[in-house]
Every structure is written in C-alpha cells, then in structure tokens.
Ligand binder design. Structure first.
Ligand SMILES: [Zn+2]
Length: 270
C-alpha cells in the first residue's frame, strides 16, 4: 500500500515538475517574443505614421487626387465619372449633339424629364409636400431642340424690337435663353419651378431646395455668385439633376458645374 502511495506521490511530483517546467518555458518564450516585439515595434509604427502623414498631405492638396473613390468605388478613373450621363455639361462652349435625345418620362402635366432621373425629381417634390410646401410645380423641363430654337429666336426678336442689332440681340438673348443644343433643357435633366422668375427666391420652396435638393441629386445650376463662370444670369428657379454624390460634393466645395467638371479633369491628370 505504502509503496503504491509513494509511487503515486512520485508520479504526481514528477507531473508537477514537468508541468511547472512547461509553464516556465512558455512564459520564457512569451517574454522573449515580447522583448523582440518591443525592439521591432517602434520601426513599424514609425513607418505607419509616415504613411499616414503622406496620405494626409496628399489629401490636403486639392485638385491633385482622383476623387473617383469618393464617388463610386467601382469606377476606375474620373474619366468614367466625367462621361456619366448625369454630369453632361451643356453651355455656350459645350453643345449637345442633336442626336442626343434621352429616354423621357412624362410628369403628370405633360412635362417630360429624363427617365433615369425622374424618380429623384418626384421624390424631391413629394418630400416638399410632406414638409408642408404645397406651392411647387415644374413649369418646364425637357425641351426639344426645335422648341429651344423657337424660344431663342423669340428672345432675339424681342431685343431687336428694342432696337438692338442682330449680333447684340443674340448676345443678350443668350444670357437669358440658351441657344438650341446649348441648353440644359435639351438634356431633360433640368427643372424650372413655378413662375420661372427670381421671385421664386423668396419662397419656402426655394429655401427648402437650398437645404435639401442635394439629397435628391439636384443643384442650383446658375447661382448668383457664379454668373461669370456659367455665363447665365442668376436663375433661382432652374435646378439640375447631377446625382446625389456629385451634388453634395459640389455644395461642399462651393463649385458650380463648370468648376466641378474642371476639378474632376484636373484630378484625372495626376
Ligand atoms: Zn431652366
């Protein structure tokens, strides 16, 4: 009995020693690893810090980084972004080809809008209704090239009746009505609200749009402080669809569409 007990004690003792040794070895290995880590870590962290600083300094230099990643991760370059249908730039220097006729969908009263964007226009107007703004309607949206031509010619005739020369009449008309192929209304992406006068600026609807239109992808296309860049006099009633991400970024940067396109192009060159 005694010998058995002793044997048991002996085995237990040996087991404890082996276990103790194993623990000691593990602790030792961990300590060594810890020491090695302590010596190597500062280098890694320093590199990491340097990388972060480099990234920050890139981010701080405006117009030098492609911003496509901000917009859509699937886009490889701003070139693709620039070719998006919703960013199409149309103005006196950028005519739209007459062959370009988007697929159109009619809003209730016969006014037409680009089928791809009409949902956002409707959502925006519905949201205004929900917020208690009932006095809002789309007076004009898509215009055919012929319709635009007619509007432009009417305006030229008006100035000629005022005694202006043909050249002067056309120049003046162009600041109010765009020539056909040079109007955003040919794209079906612009909506003129209510009375199509700057009285719109004093309405609740205008205040609402200034605050919320970007959430639906719309921008005030011809702001007061950008007349020299857009070449169009201030139009508080004319809102253009560009897409939510672009609208937000444009407002954030204070860019009109011309400036924003330039910004995307300059980013692309890097
Ligand atoms: Zn308009």
């Amino acid at each position: 009995m005694l010998r058995i007990v002793n044997k048991k004690k002996f085995i237990r003792g040996i087991s404890i020693i082996i276990a103790g040794l194993a623990i000691a070895i593990i602790v030792l290995v961990m300590l060594i690893k810890g020491v090695i880590y302590l010596f190597t870590r500062p280098k890694e962290d320093k590199n990491k810090e340097n990388n972060e600083i480099a990234e920050m300094s890139i981010a701080n230099t405006e117009n030098t980084i492609p911003i496509s990643s901000n917009i859509d991760n699937t886009k490889n370059s701003n070139n693709e972004v620039l070719n998006e249908w919703n960013l199409k730039l149309v103005n006196k220097d950028n005519a739209v080809d007459r062959s370009y006729v988007p697929e159109l969908t009619e809003i209730d009263d016969g006014v037409k809008f680009d089928s791809r964007a009409i949902k956002y226009l409707k959502d925006m107007i519905n949201a205004m209704y929900k917020d208690g703004i009932k006095s809002i309607w789309v007076q004009s949206a898509y215009r055919s090239y012929d319709k635009q031509e007619q509007l432009f010619n009417n305006k030229v005739a008006y100035y000629k009746r005022e005694g202006k020369s043909q050249e002067e009449a056309e120049r003046l008309a162009q600041t109010v009505v765009q020539r056909p192929e040079m109007s955003e209304h040919n794209l079906g992406l612009a909506a003129d609200f209510n009375t199509v006068t700057n009285e719109f600026e004093n309405t609740e609807a205008f205040k609402w749009l200034k605050e919320h239109a970007e959430e639906y992808g719309f921008i005030l296309r011809y702001p007061k402080d950008k007349q020299d860049i857009t070449g169009i006099t201030y139009e508080s009633w004319h809102w253009r669809y560009v897409g939510k991400e672009h609208a937000k970024l444009m407002n954030e940067k204070g860019y009109c569409l011309e400036e924003y396109i330039d910004y995307l192009k300059s980013s692309e060159q890097v």
